[in-house]
Design a protein around this ligand. Structure first.
Ligand SMILES: Nc1ncnc2c1ncn2[C@@H]1O[C@H](COP(=O)(O)OP(=O)(O)O)[C@@H](O)[C@H]1O
Ligand SMILES: O=C(OP(=O)(O)O)[C@H](O)COP(=O)(O)O
Length: 395
């Protein structure tokens, strides 16, 4: 990465504004998954050890510029205090005099968490006035919020124009792993793309077709491809206006010598429910009133073989409606194949695929699980992430 990191600057005694992505799932006022908090610990602990005054900022949810009581970061501060073994001070605002007063009380190695930055309308508008108000709190800016790096907001992008700005360790690792995959991959390089909509994955499929040896398609979006091949798909998900695009992807794959893998069979159901009647059919035999909700057993075997023969695999999007046990087998099989592929570097592109490997208890067997769903998708589309672009270049 050609951006400066926390290693390149001296932070001793300095006030460091560190943007993290603590946008974690919550239920009944408690953090239900602290993965993103734990992922930021190396940077936070490093800053503490170096004698910085660590001022953390994050968003939580989408409060749309207003205070939403359930989206305060109080429970996050509590969880962080437990993980650090040190009391984290939490302010009720994210800038202003009261916050400045709290920062003035900090000693070297102390940690403070600001209130949800999205309580202010200027955050998502990337208002320079708000960015300046954040910058006034600190001497240095560190961005470790990979999950929000695709957002050009006041605390992820704007502030970087007013302070020395460097990346944290999580940001560095995410960019290096995903960057290496796209620029200098070990081969065979396989991408697995699933999920619900073709529309959401167009950019990523387009970009990956120039880079991969194998492209595996699964999930709801596969049915638009099946339809493009001329098969009937019953009530399966279909994006009619993307059929031509799906055809063009298959043609482009052929031209480029990319192996394009599609489901050869499917688990179909007579309704969208875990209790539906189900059966396994060949992909060209989906009955009229039925819908494909998972890849079938022959497809699972096929995809497993491709995964085991790969040196690098990137996975984004489930193979079926994995939230329902009746349609989780395909996603589970892919996760298991990735876990079994010991000589393969496995990268999980955040979002639902990350949730799936967690659910199946296979997370610790993956090489890298991205903390960003949308961010890793945009990165894989070849887009520049504003939160990274704004950081200082290495000299
Ligand atoms: N065959 C299918 N039919 C309908 N929905 C599906 C199917 N396969 C997967 N899905 C749904 O796709 C959703 C995930 O899609 P998406 O948001 O595109 O993935 P990601 O978050 O990994 O990018 C999941 O909620 C899953 O239930
Ligand atoms: O959870 C996030 O997105 P993700 O689920 O796509 O990884 C990030 O914190 C960004 O949040 P946002 O999509 O509300 O800007």
């Amino acid at each position: 990465m050609n951006k400066k990191t926390v290693r390149d600057i001296d932070v001793k005694g300095k006030r460091v504004f560190c943007r993290v992505d603590f946008n974690v799932p919550m239920q009944d006022g408690k953090v239900t998954d602290d993965t993103r908090i734990r992922a930021a610990l190396p940077t936070i602990q490093y800053l503490m050890e170096q004698g910085a005054k660590v001022i953390l900022a994050s968003h939580l949810g989408r409060p749309k510029g207003k205070v939403v009581e359930e989206l305060r970061l109080t429970a996050v501060a509590e969880r962080l205090s437990e993980l650090l073994g040190k009391q984290v001070v939490k302010t009720d605002e994210a800038y202003g005099d009261a916050v400045k007063a709290a920062i003035a009380q900090m000693n070297e190695g102390d940690v403070l968490l600001l209130e949800n930055v999205r309580f202010y309308p200027g955050e998502e508008k990337n208002d320079p006035e708000l960015a300046k108000a954040f910058a006034e709190l600190a001497d240095v800016y560190v961005n470790d919020a990979f999950g929000a790096a695709h957002r050009a907001h006041a605390s992820t992008e704007g502030i970087a124009h007013y302070l020395p700005a460097v990346a944290g360790f999580l940001m560095e690792k995410e960019i290096e792993v995903l960057g290496k995959a796209l620029s200098n991959p070990d081969r065979p390089f396989t991408a697995i793309i699933g999920g619900a909509k073709v529309k959401d994955k167009i950019g990523v499929i387009e970009n990956l077709l120039d880079k991969v040896d194998n492209l595996i398609i699964g999930g709801g979006l596969a049915y638009t491809f099946v339809k493009a091949l001329g098969h009937e798909i019953g009530k399966s998900l279909l994006e009619e206006d993307k059929i031509e695009l799906a055809k063009s992807f298959m043609e482009k794959a052929k031209e480029k010598g990319v192996n394009f893998y599609m489901p050869v069979d499917a688990v179909v159901a007579d309704e969208f429910s875990n209790d539906a009647n189900t059966k396994v059919v060949n992909i060209d035999e989906i009955p009229n009133e039925w819908q494909g909700l998972d890849i079938g057993p022959k497809t699972r075997e096929l995809y497993r073989d491709v995964i085991l023969k790969s040196k690098l695999v990137i996975w984004n999007g489930p193979m079926g409606v994995f939230e329902m046990d009746a349609f989780a087998e395909g996603t589970k099989a892919v996760a298991q194949a990735l876990a079994d592929a010991k000589d393969t570097y496995t990268v999980i592109g955040g979002g639902d695929s990350a949730a799936a490997v967690e659910k199946f208890g296979l997370a610790d067997q993956m090489d890298h699980i991205s903390t960003g769903g949308g961010a890793s998708l945009e990165f894989m589309e070849g887009k520049q992430l504003p939160g990274v672009v704004a950081l200082n270049d290495k000299e």
